[in-house]
Design a binder for this molecule. Structure first.
Ligand code: SF4
Length: 445
């Protein structure tokens, strides 16, 4: 019987992509995945540190795991991801004495050696991979894939743990990225999302590998162009960009036919003093200038954002400026977070968390209501239009998938639609769903 692993993943898309690499590595060692913790030889949690609640969920598993280890002393329990990454004094580790393996994401490639030391019978032979981004991810789906192009972050926003948890920005080579995409294409992939903490700050370590006729000087724009040349890739997008790196060349490359009609551009606040304290490196008018340049090049672009309410010192007037900016831009979607202090960050040392929890909640509700109103108004405009949908699942007579505007679309269909790109006429709009009818003979791949 092959050994089994159970992998629990918290957090962002980067973490999910790292978990795909872990799966690729463990499968390469002969392990099989199991959804049953009780059947696993190795349980690994890939952790997130963005909020305290995400870290608390990790501690919450420990009593269960302790009981399992009593019954099965050979069980290996591991923790990776952002918690070990930022745990300089091993304060978190002390709270989890039953954990056998505790390592940051960058050391994933050492896993085979550590497993072999703990349970030699589980591993026959192995290679150590020093650069974990070279591990081929194992993906459950073949039509859509996330491809990391960089790890870490150099921006040091004052509230954020990422530069501590994941280190400074490190960019993958153009040749590695393109060869991963070509191997995805060979498996039938048609949609790629390029991932990075500030994905558009990408600087190619091997610019000589860009095609000679590539028209762009900006590395990230040049990378978008290169991926756009792969004819099998029908849809390309990226997350998450930083506003200061939205150069004219990047915006121009987004007009290439492969790029989807959507951009997620975090703003966080509409108040300049709060943006300064957050160390976001732009003012609200600089952000608005990016939006203007985007919309003048791509008039129908759908724009999403991230906003944080209740940051240290956010007065009612400062919050109102965020509301004003929101009304001005009319984002299509926003992920709104209530600020919570993260230990080890500059904000935790320099500023007081002085907005009361009930006030944070009220501000969140104000923006959430505004977002839902605007989303509904914008979605209604899709009624009567035809959108292109990559169908990712079929359930009880209905097909579901995202349009090129990253709107969830549902229509009556069949299993054969799954994995296809089809045209759908929108008949009805809701806040989180567009409902439509399949236009027959519209399959494009
Ligand atoms: S840009 Fe700022 S918020 Fe984003 S990962 Fe880097 S430090 Fe964190």
């Amino acid at each position: 019987m092959p050994p089994k692993y159970h992998l629990i993943t918290y957090g962002c898309q980067m973490n999910k992509n790292d978990s795909e690499r872990i799966s690729g590595l463990l499968r390469g060692l002969g392990f099989e995945s199991t959804s049953e913790k009780n059947q696993a030889d190795f349980i690994l949690i890939n952790t997130c540190s963005v909020r305290q609640s995400a870290e608390n969920r990790v501690y919450g598993h420990m009593s269960d795991f302790a009981k399992m280890k009593k019954k099965r002393p050979g069980l290996i329990v591991g923790i990776t991801g952002c918690m070990p990454g930022r745990d300089r004094n091993l304060e978190f580790k002390k709270k989890m004495p039953i954990v056998d393996l505790y390592f940051p994401t960058s050391q994933i490639g050492q896993l085979p050696r550590w497993i072999a030391e703990l349970r030699p019978e589980l591993v026959n032979s192995f290679d150590i991979v020093e650069d974990y981004t070279k591990i081929m991810p194992y993906r459950e789906t073949t039509r859509q894939a996330y491809v990391s192009i960089q790890t870490g972050c150099n921006k040091f926003c004052s509230y954020c743990v990422v530069p501590f948890a994941r280190g400074l920005e490190k960019n993958r080579s153009v040749s590695d990225i393109l060869s991963e995409i070509h191997s995805l294409v060979a498996q039938g992939c048609v949609e790629v999302t390029l991932l990075g903490q500030t994905v558009n700050s990408y600087r190619a370590p091997d610019p000589e590998n860009f095609t000679k006729s590539n028209p762009y000087q900006d590395s990230f724009a040049a990378l978008l162009w290169e991926v756009g040349q792969i004819s099998e890739i029908k849809r390309l997008h990226f997350t998450a960009p930083h506003p200061i790196h939205m150069t004219d060349e990047v915006i121009d490359a987004m007009a290439l036919p492969t790029h989807v009609n959507f951009l997620h551009l975090p703003v966080q606040s509409g108040d300049d003093e709060i943006l300064r304290k957050m160390n976001r490196r732009y003012t609200s008018s600089q952000f608005l200038d990016v939006i203007e340049r985007l919309r003048s090049r791509l008039p129908n672009i759908v724009i999403g954002t991230d906003i944080m309410v209740g940051f240290s010192g956010e007065s009612e007037e400062a919050f109102e400026k965020t509301v004003e900016l929101y009304k001005n831009v009319r984002f299509d979607i926003a992920y709104i977070a209530q600020y919570s202090v993260r230990s080890g960050t500059a904000a935790s040392r320099a500023f007081k968390d002085d907005v009361l929890p009930e006030e944070k909640k009220r501000r969140w509700e104000v923006l959430q209501a505004l977002m839902e109103k605007i989303v509904f108004e914008k979605n209604e405009k899709f009624v009567g239009q035809t959108v292109s949908v990559l169908v990712d699942r079929y359930e009880s007579g209905f097909c579901y998938g995202n349009s090129r505007e990253m709107k969830l679309v549902r229509f009556l269909g069949n299993t054969e639609c799954a994995g296809q790109i089809v045209d759908v006429r929108i008949d009805r709009a809701d806040i989180w769903l567009l409902e439509g009818s399949l236009l027959h003979d519209s399959t494009t791949s």
